[in-house]
Design a protein around this ligand. Structure first.
Ligand code: PLP
Length: 398
């Protein structure tokens, strides 16, 4: 008999409950910087990607309001029909100029942009070599393109080289996150550049969590590694993280970007972002480019966080970025930490499989330039307190 889809869904849900992997949305009723009102309680958030606090920055919000007054709320069509506005064009130019590329192309989201890049460049017999911890959108994009996906151990440039050299006759892309979204560490970009060059593969860096935060100009992990557009022909910049808005820009060589603009299905067959949102993102990019202060503050806060964590004997994963994961192991343990923190007035969502590997459940603590040292101290004191309570509970249970 044909399997019943509804019954399958019910069974899968029961499995997720047994594995403590259900996912529940929390409704935010108000937000002021890093403070969130949820269920009538104010919490200090440590799990947003608004690393520079740009989503509520005055000039950015003002640009959005002016954009809505001028253009309304929507673009009305896809870019290639009649939805491409001057604000989109200006944003693409600004992002490309910031990162030092000839051209940029605006997408509805980073997820869509990754689908677009890989689907429109790779064909069935080609290969896409990826870091094992790459973002889900890069992995899904390779599956959808029908190319061969080969993965190498996390951060292992030699592994990448081996994977590429195993398939010397087909067109190849080497794709990596710049900053890994769940671990916070940075890809070995210099070595990956060499691997790509030796193997004539196109290097694509998804710098969703690096742009705005890393590098002297804030141009991301490629800038921080001392590399340029010559070394990394194609990059993804997301607008929904450090830049505080929504959407993404792929920057690269004129011919590559021109190709995407004419053939990428997630570009052709979707409505262009609201022009007002593009105007707000333009203001955010200009701010991130010209004002190094929040970036510097963030670095000071990251160092403070790691020092205070060490004082509490809290072991952190190696990371110099605003993503500072605290490994808990099991799903239950991660949930216990998240619930304890919530009771203490802090919001850090527990990250569990399949977002991370089995046994790798964690608190993905993220820092923002808007946090104060006192808020960080309070969070870490609460984490250490919960650790002690859980350890004491385990001892009495034994
Ligand atoms: C590394 C990475 N790439 C791409 C994306 C997708 O970006 P967006 O949220 O704009 O769809 C994310 C978002 O979580 C990410 O972490």
């Amino acid at each position: 008999m044909r399997p019943d889809l509804l019954q399958r869904v019910v069974t899968l849900r029961a499995q997720r409950i047994a594995q403590q992997r259900t996912r529940v949305r929390q409704v935010v009723t108000r937000r002021e910087g890093v403070r969130y009102e949820v269920d009538g309680h104010w919490l200090t958030g440590f799990c947003s990607n608004d690393y520079l606090g740009l989503s509520q920055q005055f000039a950015v919000v003002a640009a959005m309001q002016e954009g809505v007054a001028r253009h309304g709320i929507g673009s009305g069509a896809s870019h290639l029909v009649c939805g491409h506005h001057a604000a989109h064009e200006a944003l693409e130019r600004e992002v490309a100029g910031w990162l030092g590329y000839p051209r940029g192309l605006l997408f509805g989201s980073g997820f869509m942009a990754n689908l677009a890049v890989i689907q429109s460049l790779l064909e069935t017999d080609d290969v896409c070599v990826q870091d094992r911890l790459n973002h889900a959108s890069l992995v899904d994009a390779a599956h959808l393109s029908g190319c061969h996906l080969r993965r190498y151990p996390h951060g292992d440039a030699e592994g990448a080289l081996r994977q590429l050299s195993a398939v010397p006759k087909v067109a190849a892309m080497l794709a990596t996150d710049g900053v890994f979204s769940m671990d916070g560490d940075v890809a070995p970009l210099k070595m990956l550049t060499l691997a790509a060059r030796m193997q004539h593969a196109l290097l694509y860096v998804d710098d969703a969590h690096g742009v705005g935060v890393l590098g002297e100009q804030g141009a991301g992990s490629v800038e921080q590694a001392g590399l340029t557009a010559k070394d990394v022909p194609l990059q993804l910049v997301t607008l929904g993280k450090a830049l505080g808005g929504y959407g993404a820009v792929v920057v690269g060589d004129e011919r590559l970007i021109g190709h995407l603009a004419e053939v990428a299905r997630p570009y052709l067959y979707t409505t262009a972002l609201p022009p007002a949102l593009a105007a707000a993102s333009l203001a955010a990019v200009r701010n991130a480019r010209s004002n190094a202060q929040p970036r510097e503050t963030l670095q000071v806060l990251i160092a403070h966080f790691r020092n205070v964590a060490a004082v509490h004997g809290l072991e952190l994963m190696p990371s110099d970025t605003p993503i500072q994961p605290f490994l808990c192991g099991s799903e239950g343990h991660a949930i216990a930490f998240a619930e304890g923190l919530r009771a203490a007035g802090y919001w850090v969502t527990a990250i569990r499989p399949p977002t991370v590997a089995e046994g790798g459940s964690r608190l993905r603590i993220t820092l923002s330039a808007l946090h104060t040292p006192a808020e960080i101290d309070g969070l870490l004191e609460a984490v250490a307190g919960i650790r002690d309570v859980l350890a004491a509970r385990r001892e009495t249970a034994q």
